[in-house]
Write a protein that binds this ligand. Structure first.
Ligand SMILES: C[S@@+](CC[C@H](N)C(=O)[O-])C[C@H]1O[C@@H](n2cnc3c(N)ncnc32)[C@H](O)[C@@H]1O
Length: 219
């Protein structure tokens, strides 16, 4: 797997394009490091509080590892829109959608910074994505405006812990370095954008404060 800096969107796209075929395997590797990622996925999708028939947008959907849970939540009459900057990751997502025979998944290749969120949507989720996006505040704001009132934006991401656990930061960075985890990105406070643009926000720290899930409701 190639190690590279994630200083620009092009760099992010190139590394994910190059490493797409290893991604699902790497996620299994994170389980060995004690990260219950499947449980975190269930928590994120549950926090969306989706209803059958909803349209849900997954920002940075990658290879589609959240689609099964999202598909169950919105049902056959709902719609899933996945957007990702990496065509390599989307190719794998497309293959998954085809294999499962899901007819209600739409995949869009591009940066979320340019994405026009469909209006009147039932939920938006971003898992391990927004720390890469320099304009995350605008993305959260535009998403919040596209949500139906009371519906939820959910972000699950990583950060620098506030307490003594930060002594383990070099280890955490080493674990995620192939996918661009760095001290700079860990100091981006995405949850503050959620708190700025949504209401009734809830934040919960996981994995010693290195990971968090935050959700908020549209006004
Ligand atoms: C760590 S992976 C997470 C994939 C998926 N959400 C999951 O839970 O398995 C991050 C994904 O975000 C995508 N990504 C990063 N920056 C992006 C941007 N600005 N716009 C859209 N996708 C982006 C990457 O291409 C990659 O597929």
């Amino acid at each position: 797997m190639t190690k590279q800096s994630f200083s620009t969107r092009d760099a992010v796209r190139d590394v994910y394009d190059r490493n797409a075929r290893f991604y699902d395997l790497a996620v299994w590797g994170y389980y060995l490091a004690g990260m219950p990622i499947r449980k975190w996925r269930r928590m994120a999708v549950a926090a969306l509080q989706l209803r059958p028939g909803d349209t849900v947008v997954e920002v940075g959907c990658g290879t589609g590892l959240n689609f099964e849970l999202l598909h169950k939540a919105v049902g056959p009459n709902g719609r899933i829109v996945g957007i990702d900057i990496s065509e390599g990751m989307l190719e794998r997502a497309r293959a998954l959608v085809h294999d499962r025979g899901w007819q209600n998944v739409e995949l869009v290749c591009g940066s979320v910074s340019d994405f026009e969120f469909p209006q009147g949507i039932g939920g938006i989720v971003a898992m391990g994505v927004l720390t890469y996006e320099p304009d995350f505040d605008k993305v959260v704001e535009r998403g919040a405006k596209a949500l139906l009132p009371g519906r939820r934006w959910v972000v699950l991401d990583y950060k620098m812990p506030g307490g003594w656990q930060r002594i383990f930061a070099p280890l955490f960075i080493a674990l995620g370095s192939s996918f661009g985890v760095s001290k700079d990105l860990m100091n981006r406070h995405i949850w503050e954008a959620v708190e700025r643009h949504l209401t009734n926000t809830q934040m919960r720290e996981l994995y010693g404060g290195f990971v968090y899930i935050v959700s908020g409701e549209a006004h």
